[in-house]
Design a protein around this ligand. Structure first.
Ligand code: G4P
Length: 284
């Protein structure tokens, strides 16, 4: 899906639209990118949804570090946010969504049953920033391809409920929130994973962040992928970028070399990774 350019007017409309839809649902499915469980959230959601039950869904788990997927799930659970990780592209764990929704709403369902109301559908909405996989999840759950026409901010249309499981019904229009642009580091993380438009950042800034990240957490992957020596890994980030640029045969075209590094990372050529670290959350 094309990334949206967000303007203050869009943001206000999107917020209002999400607020209006909340009244219609029993539970919110907050979708984040498992590589960015914090940076791909929009804190405004907490303000908007308040006490509404919520399931955090770490999507694209296939691209993220498996150990950190579990660590982040535990982190959210410790903060009273039930969470699961899924890979909606390959349909892995997607069926957990309905099961978990039933667990979260168990008290409400029990109260309904006590009043003689049986098998009332659970109504849900997917909410998240662009590109986290809202449409892919929706299509997986409803088991057919739905053209999500309302999938940009501020566009309203007649909404429908889609059967998304035995008891689950999904609103056909996902709630779209804007990514957090204010923090430079968050911006670089969003850019590296392809969550925001390439024109919003300088490729070399993002590539330098990428090199710093992989040098810190997975130096051996950089070494292997780009045939580097141990000494190369001791270079500072700009010098390493210069070395790689020369190695790619791109002379001094750091822009193109950076784009190539970013693409490798996005395509998984550097393996699975999670950019948000748990200790960053605890320092928030
Ligand atoms: P959105 O509605 O939240 O905006 O996201 P959408 O479903 O359009 O998904 C964005 C991209 O992410 C799509 O790639 C989609 O295939 C991919 N994607 C969604 N879920 C998963 C997942 O669990 N694992 C992986 N690996 N990929 C996933 P695309 O169509 O190629 O778009 P783009 O890459 O050109 O942006």
């Amino acid at each position: 899906m094309a990334t949206i350019q967000w303007f203050p007017g869009h943001m206000a409309k999107a917020k209002k639209q999400v607020q209006e839809n909340l009244h219609l649902v029993d539970i919110v499915l907050e979708i984040v990118d498992a590589r960015l469980p914090l940076s791909s959230r929009n804190p405004i959601l907490d303000q908007i949804i308040q006490q509404k039950p919520r399931l955090m869904i770490l999507n694209k788990a296939d691209l993220a570090d498996p150990t950190l997927n579990n660590a982040w799930i535990n982190y959210f659970k410790q903060h009273d946010l039930p969470a699961i990780s899924i890979d909606s592209q390959h349909n892995h764990n997607v069926q957990q969504i309905e099961k978990q929704a039933q667990v979260i709403l168990a008290d409400k369902i029990a109260r309904q049953q006590a009043r003689g109301i049986k098998n009332k559908p659970i109504r849900a909405i997917c909410i998240g920033i662009p590109n986290v996989g809202k449409s892919t999840i929706l299509n997986r759950l409803v088991k057919r391809n739905i053209a999500i026409t309302g999938n940009h901010p501020g566009v309203t249309k007649k909404q429908q409920w889609l059967k998304a499981g035995k008891r689950l019904e999904l609103l056909d229009t996902p709630g779209i929130l804007w990514p957090k642009f204010e923090d430079v580091l968050v911006g670089k993380k969003l850019a590296l994973t392809g969550a925001i438009k390439d024109s919003l950042f300088h490729a070399d800034d993002v590539a330098l962040y990428e090199l710093a990240f992989f040098k810190q957490y997975f130096p051996e992957r950089l070494q292997k992928r780009y045939s580097l020596t141990i000494d190369d890994l001791k270079l500072n980030d700009p010098d390493l970028l210069m070395k790689l640029t020369a190695g790619f045969g791109l002379r001094e075209d750091y822009e193109r070399a950076s784009e190539r590094l970013i693409l490798d990372c996005r395509k998984g050529k550097l393996g699975r990774y999670t950019l948000d670290q748990i200790d960053e959350a605890t320092h928030d």
